[in-house]
Write a protein that binds this ligand. Structure first.
Ligand SMILES: [Fe+2]
Length: 353
C-alpha cells in the first residue's frame, strides 16, 4: 500500500523533556554513567546533550513530583512545513498554540497527542558549537567523545504508552506524516497493541504501545543510541557495578531489529540504550509489517531475553497510584545516595503482584 499522507514534513526527534523527582540521582545517571554533558541550567531544569547531538540540547531534565514525560520536540523540514503541520494539528483540535522558544529553540508550535502526551514542532534551532576544548577532530562530530561513563552518541527515540494505539497512530500518520513501519495486532480482538513509526529512514523514532492498565498519556521509555551493540553489554556491566537496575537485555528485538538494554534511571523513568539502529527503511513504497500477538516471541527478543510482564507491559511514568507501592529504595552508589537520603525510587520486580 502506498501511503498518501503528508510525507517529509517532519525531519526527526530533536529533544525530550524528562521529569524527575530525584534530580541529583538523574543527573548522576545521565552525566556520570552515560557521560552526557550539561550545557545549561534554567529554573528547575538542567539541559544535557550527547556528543553527536546536533543542537543545543537533546535532553531537558526538569524537577517534578513524579517521573514522566514533560514534552518532546520534532524538528520540521522547513519553516513552511512547520506552519502547515501547525495548521493541520489545529484543525484536528490538538494544537495548544505558539509559544516562544525554550533554550536553543525558536518559535514553537505545541500540541497534544489524543492521549495527552505533550509535544512540540520546531524549526529555528541553535546548532551546537563546541567550545575550543571540546571541539572534535572528527569533523562530522559536534563535540569530543566524553572520557567518562558509556556515552551514547545521540538521542534516538521515544516509546509512549497509550490507551488506544490506533487512535494515536492515525493522528501521527494523517497530521504529521509518520509512516508505520511495524505493528503488533491481537487478532483475537482485532486490536492494535503496538506501532513503530518514523518520519525518516530510521526503523522508528516514535513507538506507541498499548497501556495494559488502561491509563492515558504515560511514557514507556526514552532511548539513546550507541550504534555499537557491544556498548550495551559494557553499559550493562556499569549498571550492575554502580547499582542501576536493569529491567532486561542486552538482546535484540525482532521488531525494528534494535539492540536493546532497558534500565531505570534513579528518577524512576525507563531508559533504553540502543546498540544499533536496526532496520533502515529506504523503500518509498514499503508496506507496513504486521506481527501477530499470538506468535510474538521473535518480535520481542531474537535471543530469547524475557521482557518482564510484571514491569515491561504495565510500568510507565508517571506510575499509577497502585504502582507507587512498587517503588522502593535500591542499591545505588553510596556517594550518590549521600546526596539525597530519599534517593532512588525504582520499580522492584519481586515486589509486584
Ligand atoms: Fe525502544
Amino acid at each position: 500500500m502506498i501511503q498518501s499522507h503528508p510525507r517529509h514534513e517532519l525531519a526527526h526527534l530533536a529533544n525530550v523533556e524528562l521529569l524527575t523527582p530525584n534530580m541529583e540521582g538523574s543527573l548522576w545517571f545521565f552525566k556520570e554513567l552515560l557521560g552526557m554533558r550539561e550545557v545549561a541550567r534554567q529554573e528547575d531544569s538542567v539541559y544535557l546533550r550527547c556528543y553527536e547531538d546536533p543542537y543545543h540540547h537533546s535532553l531537558k531534565l526538569t524537577a517534578a513530583d513524579e517521573p514522566g514525560l514533560g514534552s518532546m520536540a520534532w524538528r520540521a523540514t522547513s519553516r513552511e512545513a512547520l506552519e502547515r503541520r501547525a495548521d493541520a494539528l489545529d484543525k484536528a483540535g490538538l494544537g495548544t498554540g505558539w509559544k516562544s522558544g525554550d533554550l536553543g529553540v525558536g518559535r514553537t508550535w505545541g500540541f497534544e497527542s489524543p492521549d495527552g502526551h505533550q509535544m512540540e514542532i520546531i524549526w529555528d534551532v541553535e546548532k551546537y558549537q563546541a567550545p575550543e576544548d571540546l571541539r572534535s577532530r572528527i569533523l562530522t562530530r559536534r563535540s569530543k567523545r566524553p572520557l567518562q561513563g558509556m556515552p551514547p552518541r545521540r538521542l534516538d527515540h521515544v516509546n509512549l504508552m497509550a490507551s488506544d494505539v490506533t487512535v494515536q497512530k492515525d493522528v501521527f500518520e494523517s497530521a504529521l506524516g509518520f509512516e508505520t513501519r511495524e505493528r503488533v495486532v491481537d487478532f483475537t480482538t482485532d486490536t492494535e497493541i503496538g506501532a513503530w513509526m518514523s518520519v525518516n529512514i530510521l526503523g522508528h523514532e516514535l513507538a506507541i504501545m498499548r497501556d495494559m492498565t488502561g491509563a492515558k498519556g504515560r511514557l514507556h521509555h526514552l532511548a539513546f543510541w550507541y550504534g555499537v551493540p557491544q556498548h550495551n553489554t559494557d553499559a550493562a556491566e556499569l549498571c550492575r557495578e554502580y547499582g542501576i537496575e536493569i529491567e532486561t537485555g542486552p538482546d535484540v528485538h525482532g521488531i525494528t531489529q534494535g539492540a536493546f538494554l532497558y534500565v531505570f534511571e534513579p528518577g524512576g523513568n525507563r531508559i533504553e540504550l540502543f546498540g544499533n539502529s536496526g532496520i533502515l527503511e529506504l523503500e518509498p513504497d514499503f508496506e507496513t509489517v504486521t506481527w501477530d500477538l499470538a506468535d510474538f516471541d521473535t518480535g520481542l527478543a531474537i535471543g530469547g531475553a524475557k521482557l518482564p510482564a510484571e514491569t515491561y507491559f504495565i510500568y510507565g511514568t508517571p506510575p499509577l497510584p497502585d504502582q507507587k507501592s512498587l517503588l522502593a529504595p535500591s542499591n545505588v552508589p553510596s556517594r550518590v545516595r549521600k546526596l539525597d537520603p530519599e534517593f532512588v525510587k525504582l520499580p522492584v520486580t519481586e515486589s509486584i503482584n
